[in-house]
Design a protein around this ligand. Structure first.
Ligand SMILES: O=P(O)(O)O[C@@H]1[C@@H](OP(=O)(O)O)[C@H](OP(=O)(O)O)[C@H](O)[C@H](OP(=O)(O)O)[C@H]1OP(=O)(O)O
Ligand SMILES: Nc1ncnc2c1ncn2[C@@H]1O[C@H](COP(=O)(O)OP(=O)(O)OP(=O)(O)O)[C@@H](O)[C@H]1O
Length: 576
């Protein structure tokens, strides 16, 4: 069926398994999809799976010819589905990423033998064939950063790298602080994530971030909206030079807090989702990054009476008051996550408008891949009128849109794509709230519960004792879901728009027709920053939660204009 058009057959032999992927030729009908055959002899019996990857996970089982015991088939199916996606690569810029090994500048991007023994997924192996050396460092410039990673844009001319960003791990300068990246799994983490063998396996290969995005988060957020990227090998020299080169571009408070981890031997190469086609030059696109934070009010029965305010006021709003009090922000945000996640277009528009007055680290606009509005490497605490005007001017030039039309376009795409519904559903995996989940954490680490120790409310204590009597697998599931939700509450959505030049429909992309300007815009939506949260962060979550709620309830409705920090701007620190 596919054979006439088959142009690429990849076979990967690893210990006890054979994977073959067939991709349709470029000239094949667009509806044709890659096929994947996975033969696993690594378990008790073999499984043969023919998997046409579909838009949703239910399609994955279609056509599976299982000649295996059910358990082997399930495990193989997960591996196969992942490898299928890996060989198909992430959509639009996916193909480019998969063809990573072609078109390198021979001198600079060296091919390497894989260091680890026969990695299972072709993607992992192919990725490690690329090595970035000292002589490549000049091609990478600062794009942004969060607490845990530094993001670099490629400015060189290698076709395989164009339109990519490199996500390099950081280390905290204060070694007393917990490491910002989860690289290794403790034995308790192995327990929590044990149901996902690909994730456990990835720890040995040093590819947890990628595996978590692909094997965990994409199951919830949709494969079409998650890009695991590919791992590339990086030399110490490369990281040291890049670290020095980007120093002046980084916000001072980030420089004080963290530095590129020069001990890392790999980094993630991901499509730059602030670009549409992966080609920075000559493309016309506007991208928006939204860090939406938690979009629902918890209703867990484990929330104590003293903290009942959590059921009425968003965590985001309460945290804003604490941040303001601590001098981290000069003004509380006007953004209300409940508006953004409401499903109502009117309220989505309200949320977007609020970002323009208080973007903080929740909103950025990129014009042809360059930051146009919002803060780089952290939050934008203040909005400067001239910068906003410049961004609106660029917006007009690139998209032909006035601000009101752009807000309409964005709200329409958010609504139509349903991406935030997926994000909200994933966030809602936290159905116990930290006040419930913390008890299960103590059970998992086999420690006496430090929370129960201080509880006097008999009714609540009884509820918590029921939690403490749950079997370990149930406790693990609740904590696992809590951690998945934590990632979903902290990730960012990147939506990239491009005005359609001709009437031809591009089936690769979704689109929005904007009546006010009589024009169609293609768009794509990706979630970024889908890292696993360390299990031992549970106690931090509990303490921070208490701190946020205590401050909010004790100070009442704080008037942000009268609180600490407004009279003296020098006291205001950027967000961290
Ligand atoms: O706890 P929160 O809600 O302040 O979220 C932290 C973020 O703060 P913010 O969004 O500004 O409030 C914080 O963002 P910033 O560093 O402030 O930009 C991080 O994203 C942090 O995650 P991690 O420690 O890097 O894994 C985030 O920690 P997690 O809670 O997601 O683990
Ligand atoms: N694939 C991408 N394409 C374009 N820009 C990206 C991409 N990934 C990250 N960025 C930019 O870099 C910034 C920091 O990246 P990221 O959120 O992954 O860092 P982090 O350290 O993991 O964040 P956090 O503080 O939330 O832990 C993002 O806010 C975004 O602006």
């Amino acid at each position: 069926m596919v054979t006439d058009h088959a142009r690429q057959v990849d076979a990967t032999m690893s210990i006890g398994s054979l994977s073959v992927s067939l991709e349709p030729h470029a000239s094949a009908p667009s509806a044709w999809r890659p096929l994947f055959l996975h033969v696993s002899a690594s378990r008790e019996s073999a499984a043969f799976l023919f998997l046409p990857p579909g838009p949703d996970s239910s399609n994955r089982a279609t056509g599976a010819a299982a000649a295996a015991a059910a358990s082997a088939a399930r495990a193989s199916e997960r591996a196969a589905a992942a490898a299928t996606r890996a060989s198909a690569g992430p959509s639009p810029p996916r193909a480019a990423a998969a063809r990573l090994s072609s078109g390198h500048r021979g001198s600079a991007l060296r091919r390497q033998r894989p260091r680890s023994s026969a990695p299972r997924l072709r993607r992992f192996r192919a990725a490690m064939e690329v090595a970035l050396q000292a002589c490549d460092a000049a091609d990478w410039v600062y794009k942004g950063e969060g607490a845990a990673n530094l993001i670099l844009s490629y400015t060189g001319s290698s076709p395989s790298m164009l339109g990519k960003v490199l996500r390099a791990k950081k280390v905290l300068n204060d070694k007393a602080q917990p490491a910002p990246n989860c690289v290794n799994f403790s034995s308790y983490e192995q327990l929590v994530w044990g149901d996902i063998p690909e994730l456990i396996e990835s720890v040995k290969q040093g590819s947890v971030a990628q595996a978590y995005a692909v094997h965990v988060m994409s199951q919830h957020l949709g494969h079409d909206h998650v890009d695991g990227g590919v791992r590339v090998s990086v030399s110490k020299d490369f990281l040291e030079i890049v670290g020095k080169n980007v120093l002046s571009a980084r916000p001072a408070w980030r420089v004080n807090a963290s530095a590129i981890d020069t001990k890392a031997d790999s980094a993630l190469l991901i499509s730059d989702h602030s670009l549409f086609s992966g080609k920075p030059r000559g493309s016309s696109c506007i991208a928006v990054e939204i860090k939406a934070k938690c979009g629902f009010l918890p209703s867990s029965e484990y929330i104590s009476k003293e903290n009942v305010i959590k059921k009425q006021v968003t965590r985001y709003k309460m945290h804003q008051h604490l941040k303001f009090h601590q001098g981290q922000i000069s003004k509380t945000s006007e953004y209300d996550p409940l508006d953004l996640f409401s499903g109502s277009k009117e309220r989505i528009r309200t949320a977007i408008k609020s970002f323009f007055s208080t973007p903080q680290n929740n909103f950025r606009i990129f014009v042809n891949g360059s930051l146009g509005f919002g803060g780089m490497g952290g939050g934008a605490d203040k909005v400067l009128a001239n910068e906003t005007e410049k961004c609106l001017e660029d917006l007009r030039k690139v998209s032909g849109l006035q601000l009101s039309d752009f807000i309409e376009l964005l709200s329409e795409a958010i609504s139509k794509s349903g991406v935030l519904d997926k994000l909200l559903a994933t966030q809602k995996l936290d159905d116990h709230d930290i006040e419930g989940a913390i008890h299960l954490y103590y059970d998992i680490i086999s420690q006496p519960c430090l929370v129960c120790k201080n509880i006097t409310d008999a009714e609540l204590l009884h509820k918590y004792s029921v939690l403490h009597s749950l079997p370990l697998d149930k406790s693990c599931k609740i904590v696992r879901d809590f951690l998945i939700s934590a990632t979903a509450k902290d990730c960012s959505l990147m939506m990239c728009f491009r005005p359609r030049e001709c009437e031809r429909t591009d089936p690769e992309y979704d689109s929005v027709f904007l009546q006010s300007v009589n024009r169609t815009y293609d768009y794509k939506a990706y979630f970024v920053d889908l890292d696993v949260k360390p299990l031992d962060k549970m106690t931090h979550y509990f303490k921070l939660d208490q701190k946020i709620v205590n401050f909010y309830t004790k100070s009442g409705e704080v008037d942000s204009q009268k609180g600490v920090g407004t009279s003296d701007d020098t006291a205001v620190q950027p967000q961290h």
